[in-house]
Design a protein around this ligand. Structure first.
Ligand SMILES: [Zn+2]
Length: 322
């Protein structure tokens, strides 16, 4: 039975989402709005709405905010947010905490999603796993010994091509996400179609290749489109290289995959698994399960809530330790 609740927020490149979550990890209420040019004021307004609507009988524990950014773990400041310039460099935890007078923690969104899968999703039965979020880019979160590792885990920016390759948003060429993520697949689709490749993709959106989505590519692949299939296989192969590196470095019990692209599991992910099996150390590969997330879009909110409730437990634990 739930006794506590908290607010779990998420600032992404396109949307701001704010949820009210109970300590049995049920989402009580969910609000979502476009980020616009000032995501912090959208966030503040949505938090204010939920705060005035708290259920009776649950004690309120503050807020946890997930951001698509590199975060200073100690202060909760946003160090770098390439896709959300408005929050880059902002001391987000203090800003929100000063405004509302309750404790606020800030975490990277993929880290939050990994912890969500640990407390209530596909990672519940594993002590160690790595989560990869496969969307526009590639994010990562690492669980070891049942806990979220307090590291950046920017696994999408692992270099998989040292002799060049497309330039990534982080400033380097050859990053995993420049090959394996949706943006990469769409860029490759656009340049293939410019070279006049024969493809179903040409018939979509009145031939405007800039309007293509990863879903278009997956659907065309299902209809047997050769270009779409090869784009997904090529991206999957790169993902497999990234997964092999993760397996060899961390020997996790599982690699959990989430994000829009896993809809293309039978082409994209199966290719990745085949590639990882060729490259990872066999004894380590045999022990790892490569599986989809079960929480989907809710993983981040549930993980953020888990971190807020966990933090509230800590002072008590320290006292009994002494
Ligand atoms: Zn990069």
């Amino acid at each position: 039975v739930a006794t506590q609740c908290c607010i779990a927020g998420d600032i992404g490149g396109s949307n701001v989402r704010v949820d009210l979550v109970a300590d049995d990890f049920k989402i009580i209420e969910k609000l979502k709005e476009p980020s616009g040019g000032d995501p912090v004021s959208v966030l503040t307004r949505l938090i204010d709405k939920l705060r005035n609507d708290l259920p009776e009988g649950l004690s309120f524990r503050g807020a946890g905010l997930a951001v698509a950014a590199i975060v200073d773990k100690r202060s909760g400041a946003v160090l770098r947010a390439p896709n959300i310039p408005a929050i880059s460099g902002l001391d987000l935890a203090s800003e929100i905490s000063d405004k509302f007078g309750f404790p606020v923690i800030v975490e990277n969104d993929a880290n939050a999603a990994a912890y969500g899968e640990k407390v209530a999703g596909a990672g519940r039965d594993f002590d160690s796993f790595v989560m990869l979020t496969l969307g526009t880019g590639v994010g990562g979160g690492i669980i070891i010994g049942g806990r979220l590792l307090p590291v950046a885990a920017e696994l999408g920016h692992a270099t998989i091509n040292m002799s060049g390759g497309p330039l990534c948003g982080c400033g380097n060429p050859g990053c995993l996400e420049s090959y394996a993520a949706a943006r990469a697949i769409l860029n490759n689709a656009a340049s293939a179609l410019e070279k006049n490749s024969d493809s179903l993709l040409k018939t979509l959106h009145n031939g405007n290749t800039y309007k293509l989505t990863a879903e278009d590519i997956y659907n065309s692949a299902l209809e047997g489109d050769t270009l779409s299939r090869s784009l997904l296989r090529e991206a999957g192969k790169s993902l497999g290289v990234g997964i092999a590196n993760i397996i060899n470095m961390l020997s996790p019990q599982a690699v959990i995959l989430t994000g829009g692209l896993i809809g293309a599991w039978n082409i994209y992910v199966e290719t990745a698994i085949a590639e990882a099996s060729k490259r990872a150390i066999p004894e380590l590969f045999e022990r790892v399960k490569i599986i989809p997330s079960t929480l989907g879009d809710d993983a981040g909110a549930i993980g953020m809530a888990g971190l807020v409730f966990e933090k509230n437990k800590q002072p008590k634990t320290r006292k009994t330790d002494r």
